[in-house]
Design a protein around this ligand. Structure first.
Ligand SMILES: [Zn+2]
Ligand SMILES: [Zn+2]
Length: 260
């Protein structure tokens, strides 16, 4: 079993995650321009986008689908998404090659299994994913307003958890954002805070955590790491995952594993 994982971009300006398991390659979301996706793939030594097996979509917000139309059409890559999400994005992408998924119904692409989990967020049909092959379990929880035992249970025993830590609660409250925008971000259909991410990590206890979708205005890589680590230290004994932070304007580190 081999896997290679890299958050190509992770912020409110655009999100895209590359995942290769053995010889199958996927993008989860394509929220940066096709040109940036091509460059990022080249940078991680995966230069040919036509080698992608599929694009897996979480929801229709532009920071998750910006490059989808060009990428899907130029390289003839199929996209997996819910029907309602496709209806929302179709005016922007036009017809693209799709496979429709149902919330809570697992599906396979080649030898890789995907379980889509319903999550609360201000989109039509947003989902998080647990991706598995044999013993390998990877969870991806991006834009999400609040966590739940349903999600804790589904995301237990992960090798890698990629999770949003959008804002520092204190920094958002004291920011210059309008009350309307603050309310939207903090609502149960908004985004996860550093505190929420830490709570999720404590409940799911993954081995490796990748922190992404960090707000440029209401958080920072350093602040997210220090808030999450201190909450973990206060609330857990003998558990501290390996944590990788994706700064909002940079590609994340490559995480890979090769084992017989
Ligand atoms: Zn987003
Ligand atoms: Zn969103």
């Amino acid at each position: 079993m081999r896997f290679k994982l890299c958050v190509l971009a992770g912020s409110s300006k655009g999100n895209s995650i590359f995942l290769k398991i053995d010889d199958e390659r996927f993008l989860i979301d394509a929220g940066i321009s096709n040109r940036k996706i091509e460059k990022a793939l080249k940078d991680i030594n995966e230069p040919n986008p036509s080698h992608l097996t599929g694009i897996i979509i979480t929801h229709e917000h532009s920071d998750h689908i910006k490059g989808l139309k060009t990428l899907a059409k130029k390289y003839q890559i199929k996209s997996w998404l819910t029907y309602d999400t496709y209806k929302k994005i179709r005016p922007k992408t036009g017809p693209i090659d799709t496979e429709f998924i149902e919330v809570a119904e697992s599906f396979s692409i080649g030898s890789v299994n995907f379980i889509p989990y319903e999550i609360p967020h201000d989109a039509v049909d947003p989902v998080a994913y647990v991706i598995t092959k044999e013993k390998l379990r990877i969870g991806i929880l991006l834009d999400c307003g609040k966590t739940s035992t349903y999600l804790f249970d589904g995301f237990r025993n992960l090798d890698v958890l990629i999770i949003e830590a959008n804002h520092s609660f204190d920094q958002l409250l004291s920011s210059t954002y309008s009350d309307v925008l603050k309310t939207r971000i903090l609502s149960s259909e908004g985004h996860l805070s550093n505190w929420h991410a830490a709570e999720f990590i404590i409940n799911a206890t993954p081995k490796v955590v990748v922190i992404t979708h960090i707000s440029e205005n209401n958080n920072s890589a350093e602040l997210a790491l220090s808030e999450i680590e201190s909450i973990l230290a206060l609330n857990t004994e003998n558990y501290m995952p390996f944590i990788v932070i994706v700064p909002s304007n940079e590609r994340g580190a490559i995480i890979s594993l090769e084992e017989e």
